[in-house]
Design a protein around this ligand. Sequence first.
Ligand code: ATP
Length: 360
Amino acid sequence: MLIQCENVTKRFGSFTAVDDVSLEIAAGEFFSLLGPSGCGKTTLLRMLAGLETPSSGRIVIDGVDMAGVPPNRRPVNMVFQSYAVFPHMTVADNVAYGLKIDRVPAPEREARVAEALALVKLADFARRRPDQLSGGQRQRVALARALVKRPKVLLLDEPLSALDAKLRDAMRGELAAIQREVGVTFVMVTHDQDEALALASRCALMINGTLQQVASPGDLYEFPANRFVADFIGTINLFEGTLAGSLFTSPALDTPIRLEPGATGTIAGPVWVGIRPEKIAMTQAKQPGTVDSLQANGAHGTIVTSAYLGAVTLYDVQAGNGTMFKVSSANAERSASQALPAGTPVWLHWSPSAPMVLPG
Ligand code: ATP
């Protein structure tokens, strides 16, 4: 493993910002630290960079214990949120700066700068100054400046947050392509779950300083470790209740939820069941079978609001007992009036494999 965090804790006075975090990151991974604002993800990144010292625990990078190793002696480089570049220097001089400090001879420096600028597609902008560049181009200068030093690990702190939505999307693709091409291990902090899911091969989700789950984007979404993860990643309908065998009952539901046999695992105590909006089918006519009798895995309700989002429409449906369901419906057909209007009575149903059982 290239990076090992062993029981890493960081306290600021009596406040614990990072609480006993252990995780491993392999060489070549695109790893993301994800979580709500204040969860401690930036503090953990800064500890990897050597900008903060752990209160306890150990950080090992490339087999070397980082205790006492200053930032400039670590095999890491950091790209900051504000993509700080020197305004009075050309793009090429900005990228060359770190190599000059390291006294890399001029011919090698020039070759490496040219290589780094080609990588971020700025070869034609070498003589410009940062104020003659767009935000996305400036961010790429910052990337080139970090990559030119050939670190083993690139630490990225919210690298795309200063860009507007369209540019952010474009840069996401470029960042992933650059990472694949250079094969450097990327550790990226973000509070934007879409960004983490789209880019990272694995994500660590932190809440209140503690690590909740480390998993691939697909596993985080489909198999969250607990209801906090389920709630943070994407949208979900969550119900608190009790399990009896594979039947779940909740005060919020008129009818039980039937789960796949074995889905409940060894979970004991208070239980939550979650169903993602896209796993609920919505029909205007009664469906035959389970929904017809509404004995399980279904509800009858009325559309309260709808939000047309292009590819899908997101509905709030109020069931007869007042419980609100979030349901998303794919707009598969091309039509000007995709969304059903508020007040439409609908039937909701889902398969026994749709609900996830989550510890309380
Ligand atoms: P954001 O996305 O808002 O940057 P974050 O998850 O990156 O949040 P951190 O910056 O790691 O969060 O901060 C975690 C907690 O530690 C916050 O409550 C913050 O106020 C606190 N904190 C961070 N640095 C310091 C410091 N130098 N002194 C005191 N408290 C700090």
